[in-house]
Design a protein around this ligand. Structure first.
Ligand SMILES: [Zn+2]
Length: 347
């Protein structure tokens, strides 16, 4: 039988060691009830050929199937477990050993998951969003939509007219505290999300959403508490997502500040002025850019929580309109920062 993954539109044979297939087919785990990974669909490609999943990186094809085997395996797409398939093989006219081999192949390719699902890291995660303008609100909503279990929200200001409209707050929220209005918006997105935690609960990730300039001093307490944090800065014409700081392991916000001082010796003076809030309150944030930046920032957080590679560790993504393109810049640890424990060079 052929088992193949579709990769970038081209078919490549999966490298599944023969021994592991053999072990899967005869081992005790063989009778464990499995089901198709959530979100995967079963697609019919032609006589004798089924495809499991549509993502080119993970999709798996089984070929050389009989009509009866197609019929039995298609039930995986309806949520049937492999145990349920086993109860039907005889009536369907499929040999039990043949089904076990097909199930073992799907299992070896990563298309199946066990009945006892591992704990969901998203559901257990606590993410704090500090700064709830349009961009912060979009981010918080996206985290709720991504089923992050707890999204903590903080902003000292009220909802203004600039904050409402498509993708923003509801007009009835004008004058209300942003924190409370954002919590309502998150619950509207997913009723299961929690927006409060017991005292002294430490977030897994904190997202700092600021205007014009990141405040490296404000992030000191997060560095001291060893809390991962993502900087999002809404500037005049773009939004900078990143860096995602893993304290002691990569460039921190002070590192970036020091790099900027190297590039512009007047940066401290400019940064100080940028950090002062304008008298009229925060600047109106572009709705489209807010949605784009919110989703990008949420994806960074989710990737971190799931243990996947994160584009913004030691790097920033500069998102700008009109094309929405992202420019990625890498930022090494600054030798004078000392945040990773490296000795500072002699003066
Ligand atoms: Zn640093």
């Amino acid at each position: 039988m052929d088992i193949a993954a579709t990769t970038g539109g081209r078919d490549t044979l999966l490298s599944v060691p023969e021994r592991s297939l053999f072990a899967a087919s005869i081992g005790a785990e063989r009778q464990v009830a499995m089901r198709l990974e959530a979100g995967r669909r079963v697609l019919w490609r032609g006589p004798g050929e089924l495809q499991f999943g549509s993502d080119p990186r993970t999709a798996v094809r089984l070929t050389g199937l009989s009509a009866a085997e197609e019929s039995v395996l298609s039930r995986l797409g309806d949520g049937a477990t492999t145990a349920e398939l086993r109860t039907r093989v005889r009536a369907a006219g499929v040999e039990g050993a043949r089904l076990e081999q097909l199930v073992a192949d799907l299992d070896a390719s990563g298309a199946l998951v066990g009945r006892t699902f591992p704990p969901d890291p998203r559901a257990a995660a606590v993410v704090a969003v500090l700064g709830l303008g349009r961009t912060g609100l979009a981010l918080a909503r996206d985290l709720a939509a991504a089923r992050i279990g707890t999204v903590l929200l903080r902003d000292e200001g009220p909802v203004t007219r600039d904050d409402v409209g498509r993708g923003g707050y509801h007009p009835r929220d004008i004058g209300q505290a942003r924190t409370a209005a954002a919590a309502r918006a998150c619950h509207d997105t997913d009723v299961r999300v929690r927006t409060t935690v017991p005292d002294a609960t430490q977030p897994d990730v904190v997202v700092l959403v600021e205007q014009d300039v990141a405040d490296p001093v404000g992030a000191r307490s997060l560095m001291a508490a060893d809390i991962d944090h993502l900087s999002v800065v809404v500037r005049e014409k773009d939004v900078v997502v990143g860096p995602l700081v893993r304290p002691g392991a990569c460039a921190c916000l002070r590192c970036l500040d020091l790099h900027r001082c190297d590039l512009d010796d007047r940066w401290p003076m400019v940064a100080t002025q940028l950090s002062v809030r304008p008298r009229g309150g925060p600047r109106a944030e572009d709705p489209l850019l807010a949605v784009l930046a919110g989703a990008t920032a949420a994806a960074q957080v989710v990737a971190l929580i799931e243990g996947a590679p994160v584009l913004t560790v030691g790097a920033t993504l500069e998102l700008r309109l009109p094309d929405g393109a992202a420019r990625r810049r890498e930022w090494p640890v600054h030798p004078q920062c000392g945040c990773t424990g490296l000795p500072e060079p002699p003066a």
